[in-house]
Design a protein around this ligand. Structure first.
Ligand code: AMP
Length: 362
């Protein structure tokens, strides 16, 4: 179905976290309804949606009932099980589709796909035994990074291999599961492109932004990234060729490493996320169209919105765990916009909200 949806239609969203919540709010802004599907009864997205289903992603009966009640289905996380996606896709359009999920769920498949487009990544080798790891380390050297092929995020499922690291122990420490060994990229910056592709193939990217992590979790995003304009242009062209190759519909994020080699900026893709992304939260207050509205537009077959940035610079800060306790002070700060995710418990490492500030530097 490529007919555009009309206002009043219902978007089904797999996942009830902050991303699903902000997609649902953007849907409401445009006169659409959201139905959230999540196994977690405490999902923050439920608070802002017209309907919700609490069920496992493997519950095919619940999936069918959910699909019958919505017009298009999207998701806030890329680890949607393949079977879940295929049950749903037989009933309603799932956007982005199974190709986008396949390309982003498995780090080896992802890197092979990106490399097949002639886009540089870190050097990598698939590894599925301790012996294979030893051979891969002999090739890529130390330090290098061993990552599980699946289910890694925020630095989880990763181990740094240094001089003296015991390879069999390291392989077992990640669960002895299929993995990928990557050469360490000596990056000076981590940047990302958040962009959208419409059902008609139209494409629109936000400013390339730079990301600063603390303890492997995104702490701060600054848009635009302080990089050469040609580098930004190359990063956006990379995002476009990935989106085109997947015949993608929706917002996607491409995370890249930037190195400086012989005085020139070089970029390599780290990973792709087939969804709205934390490094795009600045667009909520800092761009003409937020990434959430853009995603809704794209999956409904609507025209993409303008991606122009407000101000000269926009800064987004995540509120992680106890950072949230400062909410009153943040509210009192002039020019700072606060978004809270409605999570009841501030556990360490949990994303509780974020702030955005638009600067008008001289
Ligand atoms: P990932 O889960 O793959 O995004 O990795 C989490 C973080 O680990 C990245 O944001 C980087 O800071 C670091 N990292 C991952 N892979 C590499 C690599 N090949 N070289 C250098 N740093 C990396």
């Amino acid at each position: 179905m490529t007919e555009p949806l009309a206002p009043g239609a219902t978007i089904g969203i797999l996942g009830g976290g902050q991303l699903g919540r902000m997609i649902a709010m953007a849907a409401a802004k445009l006169g659409l309804k959201a139905h959230i599907y999540s196994p977690d009864a405490e999902s923050p997205a439920f608070d802002v949606a017209a309907a919700h289903t609490i069920a496992d992603y493997e519950d095919e009966e619940a999936l069918r009932t959910f699909a019958a009640s919505v017009d298009v289905i999207t998701y806030e996380f890329e680890n949607v099980p393949a079977r879940t996606a295929s049950v749903l896709a037989a009933l309603k359009p799932v956007r982005p589709d199974a190709a986008a999920l396949a390309a982003s769920q498995d780090r080896l498949v992802e890197k092979e796909f990106i490399t097949s487009l002639d886009i540089p990544t870190a050097p990598f080798i698939g590894v599925d035994s301790a012996g294979a790891l030893a051979r891969a380390v002999a090739q890529l050297g130390r330090p290098s990074i061993l990552k599980t092929r699946r289910f890694g995020y925020d630095g989880k499922g990763q181990a740094l291999i240094r001089e003296g690291s015991d390879l069999a122990v390291t392989f077992r420490s990640l669960g002895a599961v299929p993995a990928i060994l990557e050469g360490v990229v000596p990056f000076t910056k981590e940047i990302s492109v958040v962009a959208a592709r419409g059902l008609d193939g139209s494409f629109a990217a936000y400013d390339v932004c730079e990301n600063h992590h603390e303890h492997h979790i995104l702490d701060r995003t600054i848009a635009p990234a302080a990089i050469a304009p040609e580098t930004a242009g190359r990063a956006i062209a990379i995002a476009k060729s990935i989106a085109d190759a997947l015949d993608y519909a929706g917002v996607l994020a491409v995370e890249l490493f930037l190195t400086v080699e012989q005085g020139k900026e070089v970029i390599r893709v780290n990973e792709i996320a087939p969804r709205v992304h934390n490094s795009g939260h600045w667009t909520l207050d800092g761009a003409v169209t937020s990434q959430f509205e853009q995603h809704v537009r794209a999956i409904c077959g609507w025209p993409l919105g303008q991606t122009a940035r407000h101000g000269t610079r926009v800064e987004m800060r995540n509120l992680i765990g106890d950072d949230i306790l400062a909410w009153r002070d943040i509210l009192a700060e002039s020019g700072v916009s606060l978004t809270l995710y409605g999570k009841m418990e501030a556990r360490p490492g949990r994303k509780m909200g974020h702030t955005t500030q638009v600067f008008h530097d001289a």
